[in-house]
Design a protein around this ligand. Structure first.
Ligand code: C5P
Length: 417
């Protein structure tokens, strides 16, 4: 953990039972050479003592905006500037509501408003409180404000319930801290995907009915091509498996042109063995004509039935491989975007999914603009309205950031230099 050595982390602790795990979190950070300043809310004192936290952090705990002596030593604005990262663990529903509203009625909330450092919020609460409309609204607001949400985990809860709401365990929190603090530095120093092999599917697929007719969709391929270019720019070795589009191949990619979903499936599986990352951006046709007529079909009667067979799910088949790469999918949704995408990620076995709202006129299919949310097992991140090129660059940076440890396994050089 030496890459975190010398970093300043402001650890906010709020009043949830999971606060009893925070001395362990502080200990892990201190072992890695991190300077930890603990800030507790009044309710946090009911679950863990400042004496314990002072002992493990080696610094007096801060808990009062009006503590004249503490303010004289390091005022709250100075403290907000001191932090390289703010972590709130556990974050209660009340704390998240406070942050989402931008209130400053205690020291921790004030520091969050005053700091320019990134903020990681690690929620912990009863599963019904987590799922409530108000909390989910606050989560969305915080994500839109650029706050990273870590977890929560699912499982047995102190209150006897089972479900999402458990605080992510301290070692996993430290992993996320490392990703948040170290990966952006790597991004600035050298290409974050140097030496990483990335395969991207893009464009529509075309499913032939007969020699002159087909079933397809309006996918332009723009987002997939932009991601391929962004991955090349980040130093990756990129293979682009694309259905028919009107776009020029991005510079520096190895291009494999395909027509149907079956062609795309075969091309992907011929390449996947030595890929580190597969990103499925293609709008693969879900169905194909059960039979492809060898000759042009003749007009016969008023109505005609076309029997369709389901196509294989390419990205899910990659995710199901024994030695699978990191797998990222896309989800074009028109309603309940986040819920549907979360379920799709789990159903398809994906490491991450990027969801966008295709019911909006100005984004998505055929547009040069897009907005999306990146969802992975431990968090969600809004990628606000921007050009598809900008979104692609930001997506690649965040994927490298979030999955830095997996990418480091395959690319030790770029992760440690
Ligand atoms: O199920 P849905 O089509 O919404 O899933 C979208 C994601 O799955 C995209 O990443 C898309 O590229 C991928 N997909 C696939 N093969 C299919 C259907 C979708 O790889 N047959």
């Amino acid at each position: 953990m030496s890459e975190l050595s010398g970093k300043n982390i402001l650890l906010g602790i709020t009043g949830g039972i999971a606060a009893f795990k925070t001395p362990m979190l502080v200990r892990l950070l201190r072992d890695g050479g991190v300077n930890v300043q603990v800030v507790m809310t009044a309710a946090a004192h009911r679950f863990v003592t400042p004496t314990t936290l002072q002992a493990v952090s080696g610094r007096p705990v801060r808990d009062d905006l009006w503590d004249a002596a503490a303010e004289a030593a390091m005022g709250h604005i100075e403290l907000a500037r001191w932090a390289d990262l703010v972590v709130i663990a556990p974050a209660t529903a009340h704390c998240m509501a406070t942050l989402a509203q931008g209130l400053a009625d205690n020291l921790l909330a004030t520091l969050c408003l005053a700091t320019k450092a990134p903020i990681l919020v690690v929620p912990a609460m009863n599963q019904a409180m987590w799922s409530s409309a108000a909390t989910q609204r606050n989560v969305s607001k915080l994500i839109a404000d650029g706050v990273s949400i870590v977890g929560p985990d699912e499982g047995d809860q102190a209150c006897g319930d089972t479900g999402p709401g458990r605080m992510v365990e301290p070692p996993a929190i430290v992993d996320r801290i490392r990703q948040r603090l170290v990966a952006p530095v790597l991004a600035g120093v050298k290409p974050v995907l140097a030496g990483v092999k990335v395969l991207i599917t893009a464009g529509p697929t075309v499913e032939a009915i007969d020699p002159v007719r087909f079933i397809s969709n309006y996918s332009s391929g723009k987002q997939g091509y932009a991601i391929a270019q962004a991955a090349v720019n980040a130093g990756a070795e990129v293979t682009l498996v694309s259905g028919p589009t009107n776009l020029a191949p991005p510079s520096g990619v190895r291009m494999i042109a395909v027509q149907s979903a079956h062609d795309m499936f075969d091309a992907v599986h011929a390449e996947v063995a030595d890929q580190n990352v597969v990103i499925g951006v293609a709008a693969v046709a879900d169905y194909r004509p059960a039979e492809q007529a060898p000759q042009k079909l003749k007009k016969k009667s008023d109505k005609m039935n076309l029997l369709l067979d389901q196509n294989p799910d390419i990205i899910a088949s990659v995710a199901a491989l024994k030695n699978k790469p990191l797998v990222v999918g896309f989800a074009a949704e028109t309603e309940q975007l986040i819920e549907h995408a979360r379920a799709k990620r789990v159903r398809k076995g994906l490491d991450a999914i990027v969801v966008n709202d295709v019911s909006k006129q100005d984004i998505g299919f055929n547009s040069d603009y897009n907005s999306a949310t990146l969802i992975w097992a431990q968090g969600e991140l809004a990628l606000p309205f921007q050009t598809k090129d900008e979104l692609a660059t930001s997506l690649i940076r965040h994927l490298a950031d979030i999955f830095v440890s997996q990418l480091a396994i395959t690319n030790p050089e770029s992760a440690t230099n």
